[in-house]
Structures are given as structure tokens and as C-alpha cells.
Unconditional design. Structure first.
Length: 335
């Protein structure tokens, strides 16, 4: 009787431990492992075992978290005292999750639901990495003297965006290169922005944008990929007019592409787009306030542009979305 009473309080109760084959997993990869269940000092009824994948991220000193999915592993069984069970576990990571950065982290939380007792929990952190194809894009840009900025890769409320600054060849020609990516079966779609050095007295629109699709065979050869990206950037710099970023009204933009526009469903497939879908209709500028450089502030402030740019023009038309008035990127490291 005492053992049963103590087990109801969690002392001598059954336990669960999720053991993963490794700690680092790429987008689109199957996370694999096993659940180790061990009975306590008395027989207990297990209602179910659930494994939840949760993501946490920070923006402007605020912490946010959300459950990505809840995976039922087992239900309704009895575990005897000291009995050990091992159940297989697998889960495929979606391609539209943000990758792990200093401001973005993941954990699997396993819950052993015990009837008439205290549930047992187990937590396991993982690193979510980009596919090798995307890592090759980063390396190709580095070969052009473009280095990831310290504030690259943070969630801005709509997706995960990456920013680079010139160190050599482009140092006197552009200020930065920004990109977002959609991981597709046959390649990677890049949404590229090149910020030119401002004209004297600020005349002329300096933000140039282009959508690029890179096939898998192009992504395999880093040197050839680097040469291809150089050709694209050179064309944008030498012939900027077709790539100038303007609002639907025809007026020039003011501020980064990631801080303007309206939301839509199109970008939920991009890296980090899963978070955009989770946040739904929330006013993201209240969560991801800008640094004030572009006049953005509270809802309705000068930088808040809910109508904004028609991303159908940039993302090939159709059901496209924008990036919102987010607060730039964040305090993240490189690959």
C-alpha cells in the first residue's frame, strides 16, 4: 500500500527516456531513436506516451516558444514493476522550420501519461541544421568575399533571413546581401536582395531584388555555384533598373525588404515559414519591433506598412506573402 501511495506521488513511479541516435539533424531528415520505458516499484497503467517538438526563439530581448507537433507513440498499456520496454521513434523534420541559431533552439519533450499518478517527463535538445545544399550557398557567397553578419539568421516573424556584408571585391559596391530560401525537391529557391551603396545625397533606390532557382546539380559544385552567384550579383549591380524594389504604388521602398509588405500564405514554405503559420494573425510588429532605423515603431507608426509591397511581383505572382515590419535579424552566429 505504501509503495502504491508513493508511486501516486511520483516516488518509485515508471519513467521514460528518449534516446536519439544523434543530436544534429538536417531539415527534411528523419529523426530516429527509441523510447526506453522502465517500470517503477508497483504496476501502473500508462494512458499514452506523447513526444512533442518545441521551438524557442528570442526577439528584442523577449523569449517565445511554440509546440510544432505532438507525436503519439503508444497508448493504453500496463507496465509491471521493474519491467523495461523499448519503443522505436521516428519523425521527419519539415523543410520549412528555421535552422538552429543562437536565438533559435529545439527540444523534444516526452510525456509518460500515468493513470492515477504523476506524469513523467523527459527533455532532449537537438540542433536543426540546413541541408548540405544550402550550406553550399553560404560557402559560395564566402568565396565572393561575402561574410555572414553577426545578426544573420534570426526569425523576424515571417521566416528566417540571412544577411551578408562584403569584405573584399564588393566592399565599395554594395552594403549587404540578404536572402531567404525555400527548400524544394529539385533545388533551392532563393529570394535575394542586394543593397547597393547609396547614391550621393541619398538619390536613387538602392534595394535590388530577384528570385532565383538553383537546381540540385548546381548546388553540388561550390566553385561553379560561386561563379553563378557572382554573375547574378554583377548583373543586378550593372543593370539595376529591372531589379529595383518598389511598392505596389510604384513608390520606392524605405528600409529592408524583410520589414515591409503584407502577410500571405506563400512564404510559409520558406525556411522559418512554419513559425509564420503558427503565429497566425498576430500583429508581428508588436513582437518584433524594429530598431527605429526605418521609422518603424508601435502599430500604426511611420514604419508600419500593412499594405506594402505586392510580393506577387517578386515571388512569381500567385499566392505570395510578405515579410512584415519585423525587427531585422538577431544575435546569431554563422554555420
Amino acid at each position: 500500500m505504501l509503495k502504491k501511495f508513493m508511486a501516486k506521488l511520483g516516488v518509485g513511479s515508471a519513467k521514460v527516456d528518449l534516446v536519439l541516435h544523434k543530436r544534429e539533424w538536417m531539415l527534411g531528415e528523419d529523426v530516429e531513436g527509441a523510447l526506453h520505458i522502465e517500470g517503477g516499484t508497483v504496476e501502473q497503467d500508462i494512458r499514452q506516451i506523447l513526444v512533442e517538438l518545441a521551438v524557442k526563439w528570442t526577439a528584442n530581448g523577449k523569449a517565445f516558444s511554440h509546440r510544432i507537433t505532438s507525436i503519439p507513440v503508444a497508448s493504453s498499456f500496463v507496465i509491471r514493476p521493474g519491467e523495461k520496454k523499448i519503443l522505436p521513434f521516428t519523425y521527419r523534420l519539415p523543410n520549412n522550420l528555421p535552422i538552429s541559431r543562437r536565438g533559435v533552439s529545439y527540444s523534444f519533450v516526452t510525456r509518460l501519461d500515468i493513470a492515477g499518478g504523476v506524469d513523467h517527463f523527459d527533455s532532449d535538445t537537438i540542433q536543426v541544421l540546413p541541408p548540405a545544399r544550402f550550406a553550399n550557398i553560404i560557402r559560395a557567397l564566402e568565396m565572393l568575399g561575402l561574410r555572414e553578419k553577426a545578426d544573420s539568421g534570426k526569425l523576424n516573424g515571417y521566416l528566417q533571413a540571412f544577411a551578408f556584408f562584403p569584405t573584399t571585391h564588393y566592399k565599395n559596391r554594395l552594403e549587404e546581401v540578404e536572402l531567404a530560401a525555400t527548400i524544394e525537391e529539385n533545388g533551392i529557391r532563393l529570394f535575394l536582395e542586394v543593397d547597393m551603396i547609396p547614391y550621393p545625397l541619398g538619390f536613387g533606390e538602392r534595394e535590388l531584388r530577384q528570385e532565383i532557382f538553383l537546381e540540385n546539380k548546381q548546388l553540388d559544385n561550390v566553385q561553379a555555384l560561386s561563379a553563378h552567384l557572382r554573375m547574378i550579383i554583377e548583373e543586378m549591380l550593372q543593370n539595376p533598373e529591372p531589379y529595383r524594389f518598389r511598392h505596389a504604388s510604384g513608390q520606392p521602398s524605405h528600409g529592408h525588404v524583410w520589414r515591409h509588405g503584407h502577410r500571405g500564405s506563400g512564404m510559409t514554405e520558406a525556411m522559418g515559414g512554419f513559425v509564420a503559420g503558427m503565429l497566425g494573425g498576430m500583429l508581428l510588429n508588436e513582437l518584433f519591433d524594429s530598431d527605429g532605423a526605418d521609422g518603424a515603431g508601435e502599430t500604426g507608426g511611420e514604419g508600419f506598412d500593412p499594405g506594402g509591397f505586392d510580393f506577387g511581383d517578386f515571388f512569381g505572382g500567385g499566392d505570395s506573402g510578405g515579410f512584415g515590419d519585423g525587427g531585422g535579424f538577431g544575435d546569431s552566429g554563422g554555420f
